[in-house]
Each structure stands twice: as C-alpha cells, then as structure tokens.
Design a protein around this ligand. Structure first.
Ligand SMILES: NC(=O)c1ccc[n+]([C@@H]2O[C@H](COP(=O)([O-])OP(=O)(O)OC[C@H]3O[C@@H](n4cnc5c(N)ncnc54)[C@H](OP(=O)(O)O)[C@@H]3O)[C@@H](O)[C@H]2O)c1
Length: 432
C-alpha cells in the first residue's frame, strides 16, 4: 500500500457550491488530510469567468477555461463537477471517467437521466463516481441507502426534497398567503430562482426521487417515469380546509414498492398534521424511509446551500482518497432486480380531497355521489362551507376512501359536466 502525499482535485464550476467546496478544501486542510490520509490539493478550477478567482483569493494560475487543461492534468486524481445542468456536464463527466479520473458530482439532472451510462463507464475504467450531494444537499442519503440500509427490503420513501417549494407551502400554511405572494417572498430571500419552474413544477424533486428510488428498489427509474405535478394550483383556501380536517399540505416525492412494481410520483399531498413530515418547515428537507428490518427512519436537515452541500461533496472526495490510498478501486455497482416495473400513474390507488363550486340548491350532492359511486369511489366525508348568495353557489369539499387514479380522473370529468357543478376547483391526493 502506497499512501500518496497529496491527492489532486480538479474543480469544475466555482459557483455557489463550487465556491463552498473550494473554501472547505482550503480552510480545513489538516482535518481533511487526517481523514483522507493525504493532503487534498486544489490543482485546477474550470470556470467560464476567470475574474471569479479574486473572490476567494485563489491564485490565478490554477484557473482555466479549458476542460482539457483540467482533465488532462497529470496530478488531478479526482474531478468534482459543480457546473450543473445536463449539458455539457454529462459529456464532461463521461469524458473525465473515461480518462480514468474519479468523479464527484452534485448534479441530480445528469445522475437521474444518465445514471446507467455513467456507471458503466466508471466500471469499465475502474474509477469511482460518487454523487451524495445530488439528493438532499448535506443530508446523508446515497451512502446510507447503499451501505447502512442494504440489508433491508425498502417498501416506501416519502420525501420533502425541494426546499423552495417547502418554503412556499410553509408560508401559505402559516400566513394564509396566496401562491404568487409566497413565491415572490421566496425569490426576495434567495430561496427561489428567477425562473423557479423546475422547483415549482416538481421537476427537481422528480430528478431526486428517480435517483433515490433507483437505488432503493433496484429498478432503473428515469425522470420520465416519475409522474410530477407542481404546487401552483394550491390556494390559501385549500390550506384552510386541510387544517380543519387535521392535515398539512406538502409537496412529497413518493416511491413505493407494490408487489412487483414501483410507484414513483411527485405531487402535493394532504398528510396528517401530527406526522413528522408535516412538521418539516421552511427550506428544510426530510426523507422518511420504510424498510422491513429497520422499520421507519427519517433523515432531516439542510437540503441545499454551500456549507451543507459541501459537507456531502467533500465526504465523497475523502472516501475516494481513502480508497486511492488503500489501493482499492471501488467503481459504483449496478444492481437491478429483474422484472420490476414502474406502475403507471393511472393505476395508483390513494385517497382524494376534492374542492368544487356547485349550485346552492337541493339534490346536488346526490348527483355527484351517483357519478362517484358509478366509478367505485366512496365518499368518507363532505363539508359544505362557503356560500356565495349573489352567485347562488356553494363550495363543497369531498374526502374519498382509497380509489384508483384513473377512476377518479374520469369521475371528475363527468362531474364537471353536470349543470349544477360550476367548477372542480382543486383536487389533492391524500396519504394517511
Ligand atoms: N445550490 C445548492 O444549494 C445546491 C444543492 C445541492 C446540489 N446542487 C447542485 O450543485 C451544482 C452546482 O450548483 P450551484 O448552485 O453551485 O450552481 P451555480 O452557482 O450556477 O454554479 C455553477 C458555476 O459553474 C459555472 N459554469 C457553468 N457552465 C460552465 C462550463 N461549461 N464551463 C465552466 N464553468 C461553467 C458557472 O459560471 P456562470 O455563472 O458564468 O454560468 C457557475 O460559476 C448543480 O448541479 C446543482 O444542482 C446545488
């Protein structure tokens, strides 16, 4: 065993997270060297904007705008990809792996879309590809799933993995704000990007769920297989009704094993107000996992930000450095359980909250109940709350027993065609 005096790190992207990682590499050299067994030395930084070097006091000559100078550097052992986005990050990671460089990335889009190809390249070239920071920022998740929980058959994951939407939902719930106002506040505080669509529409959470569910269930789940629906159609009144019914509303990423198939979906959900996930507020993330041996486990913490995320990135770097020093290669493993498929959204079964505006007259509920009954949907409760005498309308809220998604969607279409129904204002799935 030959312990290297130093291990070279090449960093792609000195943005929010890259800056955080560079600060830790330069700021805690002795602690990191003690854990890694070698000094971790920042050898090259790939950036678009070379003026950034001034910000962190890093000497100018380690910066480059050319990938070749970083990936071709003989003393760069580990390349850390923190430029984000799908392209060119995917191609650069693949290129780095095929040159025999170990790679650490925080890129959920690349990992969720190109997982199997990148892992195969890493295996072929006997190098590591680690991506702990791609889900849940600083919360340890990938390693626990691949190491500490491997003895379990995982049956379910319920996760709050997008801090932006959780922040918005928290303000809507606590202050009765409308969605657009809560979004604006999140943007003012830097919790939502100028273009927040990937967060708001559940795309970001779908990337993360695809990664977690693939590892947890041994089934290759691409983002396209994850049904996703965002939070923008939730209104302040949905939160009022939820609270009255003892529920909270969260954007959950849900993956469940149901016999030989896997459900993978991201959408707003009513969850019991007294559940632990309901108490996760603001930008925090939490991931509830159910395994046959371990039972229920919850991971909770900061899902974003430079300090928390650099904790995960640096620990990946250290694990690779330890393996280099032990003379071990640990390419990522690929395990897919044969025959397991992703369940189409139409076939999932859950409970529903439906809010609708109807004519304020007798017999309306009978007509609606008939349609629901025809689709084998049974009602667990109905509340009629607000009436608008001028428009002669009333608002009713129906909670159903478990029913098939396809049946509910069809029944809602037929209900909306009733002359006594003004509109189906909203529906939200319920996870008890
Ligand atoms: N922010 C978080 O809290 C967080 C948490 C977990 C994971 N992540 C992941 O971490 C990664 C980085 O996120 P971030 O928030 O640090 O993004 P960011 O602040 O936008 O940083 C990306 C940096 O890379 C540079 N860059 C982009 N394309 C490049 C290219 N082709 N060549 C060289 N440099 C390039 C950018 O330069 P310009 O600005 O000039 O384009 C920018 O400095 C993403 O995959 C993200 O999903 C972020």
């Amino acid at each position: 065993m030959v312990v290297k005096k130093s291990i070279g790190v090449g960093l792609m992207g000195l943005g929010v997270i890259g800056g955080g990682v560079a600060k830790v590499l330069m700021g805690k050299p002795d602690t990191l060297a003690r854990e890694a067994g070698s000094r971790l030395v920042l050898k090259k930084i790939l950036e678009k904007d070379l003026n950034k070097h001034g910000l962190l006091g890093i000497e100018r000559d380690i910066f480059t705008t050319q990938f070749e100078e970083l990936a071709g550097h003989p003393e760069v052992d580990i390349i850390v990809e923190l430029i984000g986005g799908e392209h060119p990050a995917f191609e650069l990671i693949r290129d780095a792996l095929s040159r025999g460089k170990h790679v650490v990335t925080a890129n959920k889009e690349v990992m969720s879309k190109h997982w199997s190809e990148l892992l195969a390249v890493a295996q072929e070239h006997k190098v590591s590809l680690r991506y702990e920071a791609s889900v849940g920022g600083g919360i340890p998740l990938i390693a626990p799933f691949q190491e500490d929980l491997v003895a379990n058959d995982i049956s379910a994951i319920y996760a709050i993995v997008n801090g932006t939407t959780n922040y918005i939902l928290t303000r809507m719930a606590k202050e009765g704000l409308d969605f657009s106002v809560a979004l604006k506040k999140a943007q003012e505080l830097g919790y939502a990007e100028a273009d927040p669509s990937k967060d708001i529409e559940g795309v970001d959470a779908a990337y993360k769920l695809a990664i977690l569910a693939t590892i947890a269930f041994g089934t290759e789940i691409k983002p396209d297989n994850v049904y996703h629906e965002g939070i923008s159609r939730l209104q302040a009144r949905d939160f009022r009704y939820a609270s009255e019914l003892d529920y909270a509303i969260k954007l959950l990423a849900i993956a469940k094993r149901v016999e030989d198939s896997v459900e993978a979906r991201v959408h707003p959900v009513f969850i019991p107000e007294d559940s632990l996930l309901a108490k996760v507020d603001g930008v925090y993330n939490a991931i509830h996992v159910e395994g046959d041996l371990v039972g229920k486990v919850i991971f909770y913490g900061e899902g974003a930000g430079p300090r928390a995320t650099s904790s995960a990135v640096i620990s990946d770097i250290i694990k690779i450095a330890q393996n280099i020093n032990r003379g071990i290669t640990s390419p990522p493993r690929l395990f897919f359980a044969p025959g397991r498929t992703v369940k189409p959204m139409d076939e999932i079964e859950t409970r529903y909250y439906v809010r609708m505006s109807v004519a304020d007259q007798a017999g309306v509920l009978a007509q609606i109940s008939k349609i629901l009954g025809d689709h084998a949907i049974s009602i667990s409760s109905v509340i009629q709350k607000e009436t608008d005498p001028s428009a002669q309308t009333a608002e009713i809220v129906i909670m159903t027993h478990p029913a098939k998604e396809q049946a509910v969607q069809q029944a809602l279409k037929e209900t909306e065609r009733l002359s006594v129904v003004r509109e189906i204002s909203n529906f939200v799935r319920v996870e008890a």
